[in-house]
Write a protein that binds this ligand. Structure first.
Ligand SMILES: Nc1ncnc2c1ncn2[C@@H]1O[C@H](COP(=O)(O)OP(=O)(O)OP(=O)(O)O)[C@@H](O)[C@H]1O
Ligand SMILES: [Mg+2]
Length: 507
């Protein structure tokens, strides 16, 4: 009998990626990389000889080649060049970004140019290659996880990245949902769990009701700009300020110095999860105008780090509080709080959650591996010959709707609407002999469309010519199980489908 083609699960993280699969025996296995690590840095680089480096190889040369080393790109996915997010990223990364023809972000790496999708594709391809080698079979299909708080366009972008390398992304699932699967599959549970996922780049929180094999997301929330990178940046800013006050020199303009500070900042942060005090010393960071070498000589205590970053934890807890309200639950009704993501190893994060929920978080899942394991379990449940049955009921993280008069947002699906989902809306022509109708669709939680993300401009054409108001257009909004929107329109009088085109300009 021919061996079935496996579908693997991939956690494409901002800082680290991880893959897993389910063996024929039903056991879940993480896919090891060279040296036995289970995670691979989500870093892409091109060295001065033009070689492409991905993962550990890219990380190793990062300090010496910061301009041609791309990291944290997941934060930019689905964003236009002219956006606050790109502006704030430009301040902290050494690589170059510029606008493309459609206001998309273009990255220049080692004399070549890349789109964000191409960077995601490079990472996915590396993970797929490692898995193919390890499993000794070509991998063509995967379940890939995304932050629950990703919008339609960011989700679509991950599917498109798969297409670039002939990897079929059979399903996109949300990272916290995947973590809940890792925790709950096969245990016959009946619980309400909170998944608090604070990773490198993004924060997600979901409240999930587990009833044996049914995983129902009650509400979700997050911030795709809140993660470990922001904790590192808090240390970096502190170091820069201290150095400037002592020497009058601004190190922010020196990419190699910045890279050394960034590296040590992350290491210091991690060390402070286990220790109370850590020295922060970098010799020969720069020189005075007279050619005198200067060093950074500081120390950090856990208390200082906590002070510098408490606003970040506050922000996450505000989101948790909102999600509880959305789910209609009190903290007491939550059975377990699960920690996912490397940044949850910071002791104060655990302390604050303990205070918030009145009980300590559970150690029920591995913070780095749960997402990939959940993705693999779900992948296995989609396999033709599976005996693993999982029912996932997820929600959209932000409202989807259209622009009304005066730039107001008209909600079609509220946030936390279950998916898949479909809604219909009747529109009519406003001019005689109008044959086209255009509609801008947005996603977000603000009343004004300008504050939300533009998903695209949909045009329905081939409308029957008649006096204004005489022809109706029935528009159907479909949100797939993956949280991706498609639209179609028909003439309810004739039943004829109209042609739909969508134009996406990056906002
Ligand atoms: N012991 C530790 N204490 C504090 N922070 C830690 C510790 N270990 C790892 N981290 C931080 O966790 C972050 C990485 O977490 P993780 O690997 O879960 O992120 P990711 O999955 O790549 O990102 P995301 O889920 O946001 O896309 C990094 O910022 C790292 O510095
Ligand atoms: Mg993660």
């Amino acid at each position: 009998m021919q061996k079935k083609e496996p579908i693997i699960g991939i956690d494409l993280g901002t800082t680290n990626s991880c893959a897993a699969y389910v063996e024929d025996s039903g056991n879940v296995k993480l896919i090891p990389y060279k040296g036995g690590d289970y995670t691979i840095p989500s870093i892409f680089a091109i060295d001065d000889k033009g070689n492409e480096l991905i993962g550990y190889e890219a990380k190793r040369q990062w300090q010496l080649n910061p301009r041609n080393t791309i990291y944290g790109a997941k934060r930019l996915v689905g964003r236009g060049f002219k956006s606050d997010i790109v502006d704030s990223m430009k301040k902290v990364v050494a690589y170059q970004m510029r606008p493309g023809k459609k206001n998309e972000v273009v990255l220049d790496v080692g004399k070549k140019e890349f789109s964000l999708q191409e960077i995601s594709a490079k990472l996915l391809n590396k993970i797929r290659d490692v898995a193919s080698n390890y499993l000794k079979t070509p991998i063509k299909r995967a379940v890939v996880t995304v932050p629950a708080y990703f919008n339609d366009r960011q989700r679509q972008s991950v599917k498109d990245a798969g297409k670039l390398i002939d990897l079929e992304v059979v399903r996109i699932i949300n990272e916290p949902t995947a973590a809940a699967l890792a925790y709950g599959v096969g245990k016959g549970l009946n619980e309400k769990v909170v998944i608090y996922d604070l990773g490198g780049g993004t924060f997600d929180v979901s409240i999930i009701e587990i009833r044996d094999r049914v995983f129902e997301v009650k509400a979700t929330g997050g911030d795709i700009f809140l993660g470990g990178i922001d904790f590192d940046n808090a240390i970096i800013h502190h170091v820069l300020k201290d150095f400037a006050s002592k020497t009058g020199i601004d190190l922010a303009t020196d990419p190699v110095a910045m890279q050394r500070i960034k590296d040590l900042a992350e290491r210091t942060k991690i060390d402070l999860s286990a220790r109370e005090e850590v020295p922060f010393n970098i010799p020969f960071i720069t020189m005075t105008a007279q050619g005198q070498p200067l060093n950074i000589e500081m120390k950090f205590t856990r208390k200082i780090l906590e002070m510098l970053t408490s606003h970040l934890i506050d922000k996450s807890l505000q989101i948790v509080a909102r999600v509880l309200v959305d789910a209609g639950l009190s903290t007491k009704e939550v059975d377990e709080v699960m920690l996912v993501g490397g940044q949850t190893r910071m002791p104060i994060v655990q302390d604050r959650l303990t205070k918030f929920f009145g009980k300590p978080p559970s150690k029920g899942v591995h913070p780095d591996e749960a997402v990939a394991i959940g993705a693999a379990l779900y992948a296995h449940s989609l396999q033709d010959d599976t005996n693993l049955r999982i029912q996932l009921l997820d929600v959209i993280p932000m409202a989807i709707g259209l622009e009304k008069a005066g730039g107001m947002f008209h909600t079609v699906f509220p946030r936390n609407a279950p998916i898949p989902n479909a809604k219909q809306l009747l529109a009519t022509t406003s001019m005689d002999n109008q044959t086209e109708l255009a509609m801008r669709i947005y996603q977000g939680d603000h009343e004004m469309v300008a504050q939300n993300d533009l998903l695209g401009e949909f045009t329905f054409s081939g409308i029957r010519a008649d006096k204004r108001g005489m022809v109706q257009v029935e528009i159907t909004f479909d949100v797939s199980v993956e949280g991706i929107l498609t639209m179609r329109a028909r003439d309810p009088a004739t039943g004829r489908e109209m042609r739909t085109t969508v134009r996406v300009t990056q906002s």
